[in-house]
Design a protein around this ligand. Sequence first.
Ligand code: AHR
Length: 509
Amino acid sequence: SQRAARAVINVDLPGPVISRHLYGHFAEHLGRCVYGGFWVGEDSDIPNEGGIRLDVVEALRALDVPNLRWPGGCFADEYHWRDGVGPREQRPTMVNTHWGNVEENNHFGTHEFMALCELLGADPYVNGNVGSGTVREMSEWVEYLTRDGDSPMVRLRKANGREEPWRVPFWGIGNEAWGCGGNMRAEYYADLARQYATYCRDHGGNTLYRIAAGARDGDVSWTETLMKAISHLGCKKRPSGYYQGISFHYYTLAGPWENKGSATEFTEDDYYRTMLAARGMDDVIASHSRVMDCYDPEATVGLVCDEWGTWWDVEPGTNPGFLYQQNTLRDALVAGVTFDIFHRHARRLFMANIAQTVNVLQAMILTDGERLIRTPSYHVFEMNKRHQDADSLPIHLTTSGTTRAVGDSELETLSVSASAKDGRMLVSLTNLDASSPVSVTFDLRGGGLEDHRGRILTAPALSTHNTAEAPDAVSPRTFDAFTATANGLTVELPPHSFVTIEGRLLTAG
Ligand code: AHR
């Protein structure tokens, strides 16, 4: 049948603001994310500022990175921050037991991370250690970073070369407490989260948004336990805030955990199973949101997906503990549908962090010595960046012939979202169908669009990826396969493509 869709948008009836923090990032001490990725050291031949790679900074600045989470992940719960301050050559070493059992020299520590955030223009999201740390250790880290005036930690910070306190808006209270973060039960962790959060003080003008370590995938009972722990008055009353956000992690896999498959060599079946898994994010957010709505109907507590992305087998010949994988058009399309899902949940979802920014899992950037490659996923983040802090525009979508069976499920292969900001509208469209185009007609009510500009990300094959030899095999091109009228738009979307259309918004009246 004819594959077509109609999308009705009331441009004068915007929904909730799409938090810019949904476009957040993640840098863990894992494989070559920090060492070799962000950090090469001051003596490197690779151009750097204080040891931080400038090519990586330049590439990421084009994404308007809103926040960067660090130092983990699982690593966060065995990281002791005092080992990472002071003269580098005197810093103690440790073993990174989670990731490759390699020795960590602590050369990239608190000051280096804060310098990186400053270079990126990103808000720091520091993830503290609950699993193997102490309340005092975490409390002193907050003091070290954010307190002004005179105090033991302020004196230590100044002795290490930093006079002024930093601004740290986001603070994680452990990570995956149900697993690598201490194998705790939900009730026990909820109490610890309240306790640790109590001693993570707001110093001076710095106000922390504390994020409790949340569920794996759709484990809503974990979320409910964390909500109950801050809701003294029971369901449907406003919770009191020890923590202001609750996280969860969701990764996209094509198959079972034991057999994730290759990043670049996959069948069409693998591809569609991947897309079904990516679409699964919608249900997971909806389930957590339903539980949170019960305890917090006004959505004062934020949901934070601080790890998401694709997870494949590592590239052949690389350390299995380093999680280094290639990134193809398939990964980019996962990012396209995932952002549409995030936009639809803008009311409750406050932050999300791609795992991870450089050289690990669904990376934005791959480095090889002095070379840098922008991945297909990078381009989706760049093409979508104007959604950050924009008003979401809810879409009423009716499709015909765009679903296909995947196992026992139906996969909708068309995904669309739209937003408006500063008098401009951005529409994102993803066609997941591997071989068929789709025609999408937009009916814009209460306004129109002019000065349209279209861009497309696609490639000959789903597995096309960028390499040092072909760095732009998957990169955005101008797209003009659309026709515009005063109040509408018809877009001919090619197979396996991600498209953005931006224009000046004309509101009626
Ligand atoms: O992102 C890689 C790892 O995945 C993180 O360290 C952990 O939190 C998750 O299991």
